[in-house]
Design a protein around this ligand. Structure first.
Ligand SMILES: *Cc1c(COP(=O)(O)O)cnc(C)c1O
Length: 372
């Protein structure tokens, strides 16, 4: 019996809360600024699809009703968009929820473990910890590529999930699909490989990087995708997993019935139709990525190639400020980027690709702070 009515399971003690990008309101208030630009959370620089916004507005008057359990219309639309069977789709309140469901559905507390890259998206580790599941962290190679051999060696008889992020966050690195494929084939029978493709849509061409089009060859692979980035619905919360049918069906049968709300259902159905918005978002991100990479390199920064809607950079050796100092200075001037200390990369910063004006502002402020 617990000793007190407010005692929690051991896993919840000494929990580090999710360290998210700072919010615009927070910074506006703290520094008394009129305008704050946020390039910290990889949000869509164009906002959200106008069709999705209109659809959500219309749906508002129905917000008093429960959605149809499991939102089958949206499941069908996502399945169609991804060209996969409906029975393989698991929707979630953000892909965060899908990650959480996968861990809870697959891992036995105190017995099983998961294997991840270090650094990686922190939700894999935090939800494993919540569930009393050990996380085995495998360092990236010095050039931020994946150490597949070490990942494989970290897998043991109690490993139930391996998470990889392609393109990776926060580095932007994306392994060729041949490597992912070879790794999936090399994994022992009981392990599910979860490939988080939150940023895959931003790659110039998906075929050289994504295993999803050939998922039927890989009964041990699940994929994660999201409406948060390309479709601009981060605050409305919708992500999805595409996974082997028996697993998807077991999860769908047991999960909470209403975690995808009626507003985001309407918004996402419209967003999937909004090809103009998707096109414009991709163009903005790809152009901005090239622009920022070129200008940052021109300023002497180190910028690994990124296939995502953000880039990571390190200041030149000659810089008179450190990465955390630069972050603070930009903050005071109303520009939020992401320091990477929580990823164990304290010399590095991450900036989301913004609109052209936002990108130019970032470069201008950076130049001024570096006194170049
Ligand atoms: C942004 C992101 C997601 C998406 O999270 P949502 O819960 O869908 O908003 C998933 N994985 C990674 C690695 C991300 O960076």
């Amino acid at each position: 019996m617990p000793k007190s009515p407010v005692e929690v399971i051991n896993a919840l003690n000494a929990f580090e809360p999710y360290s998210s990008g700072l919010s615009i309101d927070e910074i506006r208030e703290k520094y008394g600024l009129d305008r704050v630009v946020k390039l910290a959370s990889n949000e869509n620089p164009l906002g959200l699809s106008p069709l999705a916004e209109e659809a959500m507005r219309r749906e508002c008057s129905l917000a008093f009703r429960y959605v149809q359990s499991g939102t089958p219309r949206l499941v069908r639309a996502v399945a169609e968009a991804c060209r996969v069977p409906e029975q393989t789709v698991v929707l979630g309140n953000g892909s965060d929820e899908v990650i959480d469901l996968l861990i809870r559905a697959r891992c036995k507390s105190g017995v099983d473990n998961i294997v991840v890259n270090n650094p990686c998206f922190s939700i894999y580790c935090s939800q494993a910890k919540f569930c009393g599941v050990e996380t085995r962290r495998v360092p990236l190679k010095p050039d931020f590529s994946f150490d597949w051999g070490a990942l494989l060696r970290a897998v043991d008889g109690n490993t139930s999930l391996v998470f990889v992020t392609t393109p990776d966050n926060p580095t932007g690195y994306c392994p060729p699909v041949t490597e992912v494929e070879a790794f999936a084939r090399a994994l022992p029978g009981g392990v599910l490989l979860v490939v988080d493709e939150a940023y895959m849509a931003f790659a110039e061409d998906v075929a050289p990087y994504s295993l999803l089009p050939r998922r039927h060859e890989f009964p041990n692979v699940a994929f994660i995708r999201t409406f948060s980035k390309l479709h601009g619905l981060a605050g409305a919360r919708l992500g999805y997993g595409i996974m082997p049918e028996p697993l998807a069906q077991k999860i769908c049968g047991a999960r909470l019935p209403f975690s995808v709300n009626c507003l985001v259902e309407a918004g996402a159905l419209a967003a999937l139709q909004d090809v103009d918005f998707v096109r414009a978002s991709l163009d903005t991100v790809r152009e901005g990525r090239e622009y920022l990479t070129t200008l940052l390199c021109g300023l002497g920064c180190t910028v690994p190639d990124s296939l995502a809607n953000f880039i990571m950079f390190r200041l030149p050796e000659s810089a008179t400020v450190t990465a955390p100092e630069l972050f603070e200075r930009l903050l005071r001037r109303g520009l939020i980027i992401r320091p990477l200390k929580s990823y164990g990369l304290s010399e590095w910063l991450r900036v989301s690709i913004g609109s052209h004006d936002e990108n130019r502002l970032f470069i201008k402020l950076l130049q001024e702070e570096l006194e170049l």
